[in-house]
Ligand binder design. Sequence first.
Ligand code: ZN
Length: 320
Amino acid sequence: MQALLFLEPVKKQTIWGGNSLAAEYGFGTPGEFIAEAWAVSAHPAGDCTVTGGEYAGKTLSQLWAQAPALFGCPGQPDFPLLVKFIDAASALSVQVHPDDAYAAANEPPVNGQPCRGKSECWYILHADPGAALLLGHNAKTKQQAQQMIAEGRWDALLRSVPVKKGDFFRIDPGTVHAIGGGIRILEVQQSSDITYRLYDYGRLQNGKPRELHVEKSLAVMTVPAADAAEERSPLPLQAIAGTAELVLLERCPYFTVQQLTLDGEAKFAGAETFFAVTVTEGEGFLNGTPVKKGQSFIVPHGTETLRWCGTLQAVLSQPV
Ligand code: ZN
């Protein structure tokens, strides 16, 4: 049986980050400010390192190149997923991501491959009372969007969506969005670091505003926006096995995301590719290996059965 590949997260700090990830998930020294912890990533902007076993010390990108059999993704040029924790003490900028075609045509290559666009999805780990996301907008045409942006009519333009723990959202390329303050999320996305910043609330970083990308944002934003209901639709239950519940949260052209809720024991079959797993609550064992809240690991391709026991919640991501 293949061993699980545990990964050390890559920590990032920004002007909006909080200090709860360290205490909540054990990612650093107590009180340390961590905006993002890239938990499963081989992206050059944050390449995770394997923490133990045969491959200890290798980065995920090295492992991808040197041991492709662990992943089972023939034809994929590089590791396709990025899973990260985000702790928004204050709001993230209002932003939008391009799709593959726009990114490939307008952004520099990454590792010699065309730059990927970014589809992402969010599982809400925590929300303060009254916390909200910005998701979508109210402009009917690009011209109207352009005018509202030029006039700074952000409250009229942007749609606010209240959130609570356990909610799930899909953010397609072209969807204008921002994570509000007081929210922690687990994000699963394409392995891409392309963000077009539309609005940053006039904030300063080191005395200067952060760069905006209004033209590119307008070029890629979907107008009119999708119906808000389409963006928050956990898909139906896929399987229940005794004390386990496996809910398919998302299936898009790039990845599937499932949530496992376990109290006891369960087993299910492995898949044609690897799984990237993040334990979001509790602890237990997977195929005899102890796992606990805050850990992320790869279940290698070729793992025939996943035998779980314990009391935990985990998010399982796989490439399509
Ligand atoms: Zn985003």
